[in-house]
Design a protein around this ligand. Sequence first.
Ligand SMILES: C[S@@+](CC[C@H](N)C(=O)[O-])C[C@H]1O[C@@H](n2cnc3c(N)ncnc32)[C@H](O)[C@@H]1O
Length: 378
Amino acid sequence: MELVIEKMVQGGVGLSRLSDGRVCFVSQALPGERVRVALSREAKDYTEAKIVDVLEASPLRIKPKCPLYEKCGGCSLQHISLGSQVQFMAEMAKETFLRIGKTSLPDSFEVHHGEPWHYRHRARVFRGPEGWGFRAENSHRLISFDECPVLTQSLNEFLHQENIKKIRARELQLFDNGAGRVSYYYKGMTPEEQRLYSDNSVSVLDRSISMDASVFFQSNLSLLPTLVHRVRTLAFEGEWLIDLFSGVGFFASLLEDRFSRVTTVERDKYCLRHAKLNLKKSAEQVTAPAEQWLSENTMSAPAVLIVDPPRTGLPADALKAISEGQIQKLIYVSCNPVTLARDTLLLKNAGFQIKTVEGFAFYPHTPHLEMLLVLERG
Ligand SMILES: C[S@@+](CC[C@H](N)C(=O)[O-])C[C@H]1O[C@@H](n2cnc3c(N)ncnc32)[C@H](O)[C@@H]1O
C-alpha cells in the first residue's frame, strides 16, 4: 500500500495512518515522503511497516554510508545527515515529553553533537561462523563486518588481529580508551587475565579514570567532555554530593573537589575496585541498589543528587524516596527520553521544576539520545 509520512516519532520511525485509522510506524521513512510499504506487524491499535519503494523522497534523504545499513539495523538513521538527525532528535524528545511527561520542553532545547563517524569506543560483539559480528536488531542473526563506520578505527583493527579472531568465547566486550589501549573482556576470564586484558583507564577533562571492559562506561568519548562540562557548571558547590547509579564513580570523580562529603551508590560489584581508585579515600562507596540506599538514608537539603540510571529509568521506590525526601537539586542524566519524561512528570508532581534540559547525540545514526535534566524545588 502507499502511505504519506506525517512526522518522525520516538525510535526514529515515520508515522502514518492506514485507511482504517490505525497508526503505522514505517522504519527508515522521512516526514513528507510518499512510500510504498509492506506491513511487518499488525496489532489491534497500531501497525508497523517496511518501505518497499520510496515514491517521493524527502530532500533530506541521503545515501547511507555503510553497505550493511539494510541488514544490520544498528544505525537506522544513516539515510539522513547528522545535522538533520539532530533536529529530528530534538523534535522527537519534545514530542515524547509532551505526550508522556505532559511537559513542554523550551524552544531553546538544544542537542549537542560531535563527530558523525568512528565515535564509538565501546562495543559488544558475538561469535559467528565468519568471526566476530553484531546481532541484527531484534534478532539473534549475526551480522559480520569488515569495518564498522561508527566503531573507532582502533576497534576495527583490533577485531582483525589473529589472536582476537581465535578467542573461543561467545561474546566479547571491547573498550578503546582513545589513547592507544584497546581492552577486552569475555565471561570466564580469571582475575589475572582480567587485569592483563580487560583493565583500562580513560582521560576525561583533567582526570584519568580507571575502568575495565566488563563494566559500564560511556562510549562516545569525544562528546563526553561536553556533558561533563555542563554537569560541572550546573552542579554548583554544595555540601554533600550523592551520585546514584555511579558506575566506576564517574561523575563523582569529576565533581568531588567541590563537595565536602561524597557518596556513590552502584549495584555492580565489579565497579567498586575502580571507584576506589577514582575517588578520594573519604568518599563513601556503597555497593547496593540505589532504591535501597535511598529508602534507608535521609538526604538533607544542601545535598545535590545526581542520578544516571539505565534505560528503564528510576525504579519506582527510588522515585518515591526522592519525591518524599528533602532534596532541593536533582541532576538527572538519562539515555532514554521515554523513561526520563515519565519520571519528570512524577517529580514535577512532587514539587520539582525543570531548570535546565539539554540533549547529547552520543549515538549518531541511531535514534538514541542522551539527555541532561536539572530539577530544583522551592
Ligand atoms: C547508565 S550507567 C551510568 C554509570 C555512570 N554514572 C557513568 O556515567 O559511567 C548505569 C549504571 O547503573 C547501574 N545500575 C543499574 N541498576 C541499578 C540500581 N537499581 N541501583 C544501582 N545501580 C544500578 C549499572 O550497573 C550501571 O553501572
